[in-house]
Write a protein that binds this ligand. Sequence first.
Ligand code: GDP
Ligand code: ZN
Length: 458
Amino acid sequence: METDTITAISTPIGEGAIAIVRLSGPEAISITTEIFKGNDLKQVASHTINYGKIIDPQSNEIAEEVMVSVMRAPKTFTREDVVEINCHGGMVAVNRVLEIILSKGARLAEPGEFTKRAFLHGRIDLSQAEAVMDLIRAKTDKAMSVALKQMDGRLSTLIERLRQDLLETVAHVEVNIDYPEYDDVEEMSHEMMRKKTKEVHAEIEKLLQVAKQGKILREGLATAIIGRPNVGKSSLMNTLVQENKAIVTEIPGTTRDIIEEYVNVRGVPLRLVDTAGIRETEDIVEKIGVERSRQVLKESDLILFVLNYNDDLTEEDEKLFTAIQGLNYIVIINKTDLEQKLDLERVKVLAEDKPVVTTSLIEEEGVDELENAISKTFFEGEIDTGDLTYVSNVRHIQLLKQASRALEDAIDALKLEMPLDIVQIDVTRTWELLGEIIGDTASDSLIDQLFSQFCLGK
Ligand code: GDP
Ligand code: ZN
């Protein structure tokens, strides 16, 4: 296991007045002691905060005024000695402190390496480690609380229970087969297997059902704003961005040529995507036809379709209605400050049962109603993240789907009265797949791959 001391800036670059340099490893305290003027850090109690100064060893000058937290193993995040140096002087100062620490023999941490150590030292399991990553990327408060719950081991606990159930069933059946003292043992074992596989299958399906909402919370609703030129699409975009704090403008790992704007509307994270001109399709139907437009628009989770109150409904508007039929959309009739020319009755017919909201973006009218409609469309009011265990991680969802399929194979085999040792192959496979979620049967390369996705310093 790793024995060197790693360090990194563990607060987001450029954010906030306070920046933290974190060290973890056997030399964490001694390296800090060498460059610190204040209490003798080697003598201070664990989990104390110590005021002092970082001295540049080359010039002997004060590099930064700091608060240093000293946390001794094993009651730390990584289960190693951990030191956190709180700097107050912004990015230049914090970088200088980092350089001084590096010059004293610490190694710059790889992305996610702190969390990786926590995992390798058994401090957290894999799904908790991934939750840390989700937390770093969390875009809204709700996404944050989902990530926190997972970190609490909520998902892990459930998965462990399901695995235990499967394991016990397999063991039980095994014993029954090995000691067939009664004639109806085979019958009993089949019955037990049927019951358990169905129970576990139902629980996995429940997890998958809420996963879609979890994904939305984590990644945001892919949202397209469509409508004819000049109806107010850009104005709508600006209003949404200005009214609701834009959350993140750049996600690590996404390609640079995709522009994404995140806004948080009543806890619904909207991802206004600009791929393939989805974000603002001025004349998409004109250009590529109704069918192809529909294919493109299908990619979005939500469509905001803007119409002009001050204009007749045109053929293009009707075509757009056709293109989005059956998809998730909200009709926005904009420019209500101007004279009415639009046939509202006709719009209501075309819009089927979808919400129709009127706005005057220029006078900031109707925006509340629009935001309510957005929130309602997806959560039918408020969703309570307290009751459900969300799975919001793509890898977990894939594994759960595979586990569900393996169990379905087992259930089918039972229906066909197949021998139990055949059925058990599928059950064991399910057990392994669930194990991969919490890192129990995960291979090293999988682990390395996962941790390399973490932001630096976590
Ligand atoms: P887009 O082409 O669909 O993106 O439309 P824009 O957002 O660029 O708006 C076109 C024009 O309509 C601009 O001059 C806006 O200022 C104006 N506009 C947008 N919303 C309203 C509104 O509610 N009322 C009025 N009177 N004008 C608006
Ligand atoms: Zn525009």
